[in-house]
Design a protein around this ligand. Structure first.
Ligand code: SF4
Ligand code: SF4
Length: 458
């Protein structure tokens, strides 16, 4: 007797040539289910993706009933990741971009930071903190997050960094709210400052590019001097206190072919708990320095090796476009959560877009600090536009197996802001898909959190 079978889970069919010309992976990301299938099974699944399937063929029915037992067929429609949002920004976390100034002159600086520039005043920092604490109290949320970041280098505005931290600590103590703090720094600071960070800040990320040769080439001081030794002394202080931190590394044409050497060096010299690697995105100072990203195929090969090296050394090697363990509808909080304040008082949803001169400012800047009222004013249209950019609304991602991990990728790397939902960054897409696929196959092979079912044939 004929039966009807309808797909109830998001499903992707991924070619699996490593196992043979006619092999595929059936991947149900929201169900954390993946297994190898043959060409006939792939055809049936492809057909099921478009319409219900009717059959009385016993071998086909056996396959489909197996899928039914795995709860991906003939079930109520599965819930997809979605981040709810309100019409008005009500942030309980912020990152203060404390300074336009920087002591380094990185070849690829997204903000083209110089040795001079505007610093955030303490009053603006305090008023931002008051805003998020007020929201946390109203929303009965027991914690706030306060982060410090560029524009330039946050530690160059040291009195405001420490002053705003102590201010937040005091108000949080009075309100019974927990303060979670973070910093992203280039590591160029005195031993006293590094010590203070060890004692006060919860999460630390240090931008550093690796071996002395590459760090000094890509991240020189403003006067061209070498920065490696200075960053190394800061990392040594963090290590001497067993402080948990991440190194954030930018891969460029200069590290191409040397990435493994760089990672090995970082592991041997500093043994950081986390190394986040990003290929260069051409913007800011790249236009004058001419600095280029690594070739995509080489970067993919080197990243696969880098992951392996990380596993062998019990270090988490990460790349933002490959997040197999997460199910997300957006890449990051730029789509409706981020409340980042620039030194001039603009509200931006992206750390990389901190200047009004940035061509992406119209997309990411959605408010400003009003010095008269000491409150923030928001552009609701721009805020709504940001919140609506979840991956389910991206035509370009509709049939991508990586969509619930990648979340449509970094919005700041969009090639054309008039086509956000229909055209993503092809260079990063290729890397995201290749690395996610590699992680999927490795996870399948390790049989962690995935069905052990292997449908060998029909
Ligand atoms: S990338 Fe960061 S550390 Fe480098 S110059 Fe720009 S702000 Fe400074
Ligand atoms: S198409 Fe590109 S941006 Fe979209 S989910 Fe896939 S890898 Fe990510």
């Amino acid at each position: 007797m004929k039966r009807t079978y309808a797909l109830s889970a998001d499903c992707y069919i991924i070619p699996y040539p490593e196992k043979g010309k006619h092999s595929y992976i059936a991947y149900f990301p929201i169900q954390s289910l993946a297994f190898e299938i043959n060409e006939d099974a792939a055809k049936i699944l492809k057909s099921l993706k478009t319409k219900p399937y009717h059959t009385d063929d016993p071998s086909v029915k056996e396959f489909l009933e197996h899928l039914e037992s795995l709860r991906v067929i003939n079930q109520s429609k599965e819930a997809q990741p979605f981040i709810p949002y309100s019409e008005n920004p009500e942030p309980t976390r912020t990152i203060l971009l404390l300074s336009e100034k920087c002591n380094l002159k990185c070849l690829y600086c997204y903000n083209n930071a110089q040795s001079t520039g505007v610093m955030m005043p303490i009053r603006m920092a305090r008023d931002t903190i008051d805003t998020i604490i007020r929201n946390a109290v109203t929303q009965k949320i027991g914690s706030i997050e306060l982060g410090f970041h560029g524009g330039g280098e946050p530690t160059m505005n040291w009195s405001v960094l420490t002053g705003s931290f102590y201010y937040a600590s005091e108000i949080c103590r009075k309100e019974g709210i927990q303060l979670n703090s973070s910093i992203c720094t280039n590591g160029i600071m005195s031993a006293e400052k590094a010590q203070w960070i060890v004692e006060n800040i919860n999460d630390i990320a240090v931008s550093a590019d690796g071996t002395p040769e590459i760090q000094n080439k890509q991240r020189p001081f403003q006067n061209g001097g070498e920065s490696f030794n200075k960053v190394a002394s800061t990392l040594d202080i963090f290590n001497s206190h067993r402080k948990f931190y991440a190194i954030r590394l930018t891969a460029t044409e200069y590290s191409e072919g040397k990435l493994i050497q760089v990672i090995r060096f970082l592991i041997d010299r500093f043994h950081p708990p986390i190394i986040c690697i990003e290929p260069l995105f051409v913007c800011g100072r790249c236009e004058t320095s001419g600095c280029k990203p690594p070739d995509d195929d080489h970067f993919i090969e080197e990243m696969i090796e880098a992951y392996k090296l990380g596993r062998e050394n019990k270090i988490s090697v990460q790349y933002s476009g490959n997040r197999m363990s997460l199910l997300l509808s957006r890449f990051c909080g730029a789509q409706g959560s981020n409340f980042f304040i620039t030194p001039r008082g603009d509200v931006t949803a992206c750390l990389e877009v901190s200047s009004r001169e940035d061509p992406r400012a119209d997309f990411f800047m959605y408010g400003n600090y009003d010095r008269a009222t000491r409150r923030f004013l928001f552009d609701k249209y721009r805020f709504k536009r940001l919140t609506e950019n979840q991956v389910q609304s991206f035509d370009s991602c509709s049939d991508c197996f990586a969509k619930w991990h990648c979340g449509g990728d970094c919005l700041a790397k969009t090639p054309d802001f008039s086509k956000v939902t229909v055209q993503r960054n092809a260079y990063r897409c290729k890397i995201n898909k290749a690395l996610t696929r590699d992680s999927l196959i490795r996870t399948m092979n390790e049989q962690i959190e995935f069905s052990k079912s292997v449908v060998a044939g029909l």
